[in-house]
Design a protein around this ligand. Structure first.
Ligand SMILES: [Zn+2]
Ligand SMILES: [Zn+2]
Length: 329
């Protein structure tokens, strides 16, 4: 099969190449990939700013159908419509693994960075990673379960937003529009902030029922959630956080940036974050999806054949839409 592969470290070195067809190992399954979301992390990998073990097929936001099961896997999984957690393996013994935080395990190996990922027709994952999606849910939009789980790790695994809190989400990309919905699901009053370049994304935020702005006055907030990963966005968030408030960093800058970090001290801000996802955050994500408390379908801008990955990457980079999904079928 052909997969979109990081063939060597450094900028570029990304091509569709021949990859081995997976055979399910014991306790594992093979998914026929229905869709795989293009994410900021994939752009960082393309730019050589995010560590990978090459050669490796990238892609970690996956929706698929179970097409083969390994030894010891319940045959009831065959044909199931699923999404998958992103860790291929962790040590299972360290304090983090034992505490349900495998995202912090030193021996964590993830799909799309350490082992072959989802930008290919087939994907090999442990059965314990699977979550069924509701029958009514769109298979392409389901790729957003992974970013949703990451947001749940940042906002819900430790409590950040309380009912009635004013929440400022900076950065109206896919993560920001998911974070705004998660904050609203716990009854935060959410304002989404973008830049004048974000017209389409802010229009989407408004369509989802959020107040927005792209310049001028920006409200103060009890909780600021940065999903921009850009120095001006982070600076704005630190400035607009109320004294004694909370600041949550979700966006990644990909490089050192200059920000007014003293504000954390002057205002006694509580700063938290979340790296990737945890089993608990996936359960919360699937709960929010099943209860229709978040809408993922409106965030899919286009479903693109795998061969046209360069166009989907360029569109993601230029913020021409929200979420681009590659369909290898
Ligand atoms: Zn991602
Ligand atoms: Zn571990």
């Amino acid at each position: 099969m052909r997969g979109l592969t990081k063939i060597a470290p450094g900028p570029g070195n990304l091509e569709l190449t021949e990859r081995p067809d997976p055979d399910p190992a014991a306790g594992h399954v093979v998914l026929e990939v229905v869709g795989a979301g293009v994410c900021g992390t994939d752009l960082h990998i393309a730019d050589g700013e995010y560590a990978t073990v090459t050669p490796v097929t990238i892609g970690h936001e996956v929706s698929g159908v179970v097409s083969a099961t390994g030894q010891g896997v319940d045959a009831g999984w065959l044909g199931a419509r699923v999404v998958s957690e992103t860790y291929f393996s962790t040590c299972g013994r360290c304090d983090f693994c034992l505490a349900g935080r495998p995202n912090l395990c030193n021996e964590r190996r993830s799909i799309g960075t350490h082992v072959d990922g989802a930008f290919a027709p087939l994907l090999h994952v442990p059965v314990t990673n699977l979550h069924r999606i509701p029958d009514w849910h769109d298979g392409h939009a389901a790729v957003l379960a992974e970013p949703l789980a990451c947001v749940c790790n940042s906002l819900l695994d430790r409590t950040t937003v309380a009912p009635g809190d004013d929440v400022l989400v900076v950065g109206p990309g896919p993560i920001g529009l998911v974070a705004a919905q998660v904050a609203r699901s716990v009854r935060g009053r959410v304002h989404v902030r973008g830049t004048p370049h974000d017209t389409a994304r802010l229009a989407k935020a408004e369509e989802l029922g959020f107040e927005t702005s792209s310049g001028g006055a920006c409200p103060e907030a009890d909780v600021v959630v940065d999903c921009s990963g850009a120095a001006p966005g982070i600076a704005l968030g630190l400035e607009r956080a109320r004294r004694g408030g909370r600041y949550v960093q979700i966006g990644l800058a990909g490089k050192p940036v200059t920000i007014p970090f003293d504000l954390v001290c002057f205002k006694e801000l509580t700063v938290t974050s979340g790296f990737a996802s945890t089993p608990a955050s996936w359960r919360r994500a699937l709960g929010l999806i099943s209860e229709r408390k978040v809408a993922l379908e409106p965030l899919v801008s286009e479903v693109v054949p795998l061969e046209e990955w360069e166009r989907a990457f360029a569109a993601t980079r230029s913020a021409a839409g929200i979420k681009f999904v590659l369909d290898p079928r």
